[in-house]
Design a protein around this ligand. Sequence first.
Ligand code: GUN
Length: 287
Amino acid sequence: MEHSASMANEKIIDGKRISQEIKDELKVQVAKLKEQGIEGCLAVIQVGADPASSVYVRNKKRACAYIGIGSRSYELEEDTTQEQLLELIGQLNNDPAVTGILVQLPVPKQIDEQQIIQAISPAKDVDGFHPQNVGALVSGLPGFVSCTPAGVIQLLKRSGIPIEGKNCVVIGRSNIVGKPMAVLMLRENATVTIAHSKTRDLKEICRRADILIAAVGKPRMIDASYIKEGAVVIDVGIHRGEDQKLCGDVDYDSAVSHVQAITPVPGGVGPMTIAMLMNNCVEALMR
Ligand code: GUN
């Protein structure tokens, strides 16, 4: 019994450990930069008081403190106007002490999210959401890369999972995850398929994947019937089930016996997003 338990553990990609490793590397880098007089500060803007967003914002500020960069938070009222938010972003763009700017999403409905994203200076856009950074990614030019997909690449690389030549299926086509994820896997020389809610024969397509990346937004939708024996499964979803427990887009209990490797929820992709945000913050202050 003990043997099979340890076999199962070897399959689990430990995002908590890998994100810690990255943050520790960044901490060393930040200390060296500080000796050269280079310091930075992340400005985090939250509009309204969505409790999940408040947790993310707190964790981002905590990570800044851990690696040794400054952070400022701007907690704006739920009824903040587009003009007020644009005004603040303009001030932060022009403030040389601020090296990174992030507006926590989602924003209330009176706010035009795309206009806000485009108002952030691309050089301070540590989320990598500005069209200039998205375009740079697609063109293979330097720029900030969206944190969650960048984190998935690090999970695969640091777990020794080869990507080149593999069939990769990304389920989901959001601007934040699905699209940049597909581009990053392509950059690593995978053969990439993007599946989505209108995809026909989804199961058959997923069963061809050597690396299956689920970013669908549906709790436990991807069970063993979507997974090729021996595939690597990356679960980007995060949901709170009826039992109040966190779960992903993948039905972990069903999938685990089929896979070569799998990310758990929590403790898989989630912690990597913040580690890669910190990576972008360090890149921003080196510019
Ligand atoms: N909301 C969910 N994910 C993200 C993210 O990566 N960045 C920001 N700013 N908001 C989010």
